[in-house]
Design a protein around this ligand. Sequence first.
Ligand code: S3P
Length: 182
Amino acid sequence: MSPEEPRPLNVILIGFMGCGKTTVGALLARQLGFQFIDTDQLIAQKAQLPIPRIFETEGEAGFRSRESAALDSLAATSHAVIATGGGIVTVPNNLPKLRALGLVIWLNPPEPILYARIQRNQDRPLLRSPNPRQTLHDLLALRRHLYAATAHLDVDVSDVTPDEAAYGLAESVRVHFSPPAA
Ligand code: S3P
């Protein structure tokens, strides 16, 4: 897409597991009056399987191809906040597709906050390792530049409540999508 081309009216949230995409995304959608879409939910619904089960039966490669298909299925979407899985940026073809879909925001809290949040949740197959803290660190090191290359904006909203984060993001989104003054 050329820089002049208007962006579709969607907000795409990217970032590592535990960064708040789903929680903040649902609140942001309500603030904006947009629908809320979560790619992990789309994948699980279509497969009729929970995400950990897809990893068990099809491996990460199978999951990634389902994830890319879910992203493709959103190409004509408008007026949506779309929360994506933390690894969606690991498939190079997905990066231009994410940017073409709307305004891409990277939720980027500090690593210790991510770790504190994901410790409470066993649903992340990639972090089921003998040393989840190290795994998180290594995955984040691999992915950070991919999030940075994909996002139009990056924000750390870890010091405010999810409601406050959504409120602040909604303001930025409105400014971003408002037509330039004549
Ligand atoms: C993944 C993140 C998960 C989910 C899957 C793989 C990843 O989504 O898509 O377990 O590779 O980082 P969340 O980021 O919503 O946890």
